[in-house]
Design a protein around this ligand. Structure first.
Ligand SMILES: [Zn+2]
Length: 141
């Protein structure tokens, strides 16, 4: 593979990373699903993205050790791994803007306990109301 081929391969890889960003920008807001998952699991966004990356890395290690993978092809795993690294970098560089966009998004959603103020301060509320658990999480991160 000459330098030109390598550049083409890298470009293809980066294009995939760029196109996959849309998968992570539901409602035009990036990483909403990652945020929901992180809050639900009680981890940070960095930890959540690392877990996703690590799954691909483990498959990569299995491929190197055994020469094969049962599920997805190695190429697909490598693209996903590159994607998670891209998202990680995106999060690190846009953290402030992302948190502001997420806060504004969830603040605009209705609280499921709005009609029952007695429950609004209980732990149960935050455990079952995604809007408020995410807003609480955002206030502390
Ligand atoms: Zn609520």
């Amino acid at each position: 593979m000459n330098l030109s081929d390598q550049h083409t391969a890298l470009t293809v890889c980066l294009e995939i990373v760029a196109s996959r960003q849309h998968d992570y920008a539901k409602d035009g807001i990036p990483l909403l699903e990652t945020l929901k998952s992180a809050v639900k699991s009680g981890v940070t966004i960095e930890q959540s993205l690392y877990q996703l990356f690590h799954k691909q890395l483990s498959a990569y290690e299995r491929y190197v050790a055994t020469g094969q993978l049962d599920s997805e092809p190695i190429e697909s795993r490598l693209k996903d791994a590159a994607n998670y690294l891209g998202l990680f970098n995106f999060y690190l560089t846009q953290k402030k803007e992302l948190h502001a966009a997420w806060s504004s998004h969830f603040a605009g959603l209705p609280c499921i306990y709005q009609s029952n103020p007695d429950l609004s301060t209980s732990i149960t509320h935050r455990a079952v109301c995604q809007r408020c658990s995410i807003l609480t999480w955002l206030a502390h991160h």
